[in-house]
Design a binder for this molecule. Structure first.
Ligand code: MN
Length: 228
């Protein structure tokens, strides 16, 4: 007999390029408005202010290649993002030490019920129902930093049915990857398995059933997701 009164859900794990080992996911932190041009398109001040974060659930990460159009919304947006995956963590990590904790990188999507998010913002309420729903974070294979290095620049593109909708560069990140890790570690104890979605460039737009989304980040395999 199991020690549990019912079968526990299995841990979310992600495929890693070049090995059969899998990346075990702990928490998923997401950064808001981390590219100036996206902050402007959402009606906010692009000047550097402290970063802010929300979370998705580990089980929201999805590697199936399909994104089921969610309930209770008629305006779902794509947000193409670089995901940073940690192999270790701690508290009060310095910017200088931050990259030592990075296992690797993956292309990802922060899918968003934009209509619900707008209501929640107006009411000053948390964003979870607009952000942390089932399969809301399609993600590609993990590329170890030992293979691909660290990213300070590189094109990040999102295509819908082959048409470019988001076209940015990682050098436009307002808060860079080491700074994000350091900042988060002042508020949370980071651990190996934590994932950070680093924000999206301008060009977010609605998706429809049948759309094929591609996230292309220079140096990583393309993430392809079909909206079903
Ligand atoms: Mn986002």
């Amino acid at each position: 007999m199991s020690q549990f009164p019912f079968e526990p859900k299995t841990m979310t794990t992600l495929p890693i390029v070049g090995t059969k080992a899998r990346f075990p996911v702990n928490r998923v932190y997401c950064v808001g408005r981390n590219y100036a041009d996206h902050a402007i398109e959402m009606g906010h001040d692009p000047n550097r202010e402290d970063p802010f974060f929300f979370q998705k659930n580990a089980s929201n990460l999805d590697i199936s290649g399909e994104f089921p159009y969610p309930k209770k919304t008629s305006d779902v947006h794509h947000e193409a993002e670089l995901a940073v995956l940690l192999k270790s963590g701690g508290e009060n990590i310095t910017v200088e030490q931050a990259l030592d904790h990075v296992y690797g990188y993956a292309p990802s999507l922060d899918m968003t019920r934009r209509d619900i998010q707008a209501q929640q913002k107006k009411l000053g309420r948390p964003w979870e129902i607009s952000k942390a729903f089932e399969r809301s974070a399609p993600i590609g294979s993990v590329h170890p930093a030992t293979e691909v290095g660290h990213f300070t620049k590189g094109r990040i593109l999102l295509k819908v049915n082959g048409m470019v909708r988001q076209d940015g560069d990682l050098d436009q990140l307002i808060w860079k990857v080491p700074e994000l890790i350091s900042y988060l570690s002042e508020y949370f104890e980071l651990v190996g398995g934590d994932v950070i979605l680093t924000g999206t460039p301008a060009g977010v737009s609605s998706v429809q059933k049948g759309d094929e989304l591609e996230v292309e980040i220079e140096g990583l395999n393309t993430l392809t997701t079909k909206v079903i």
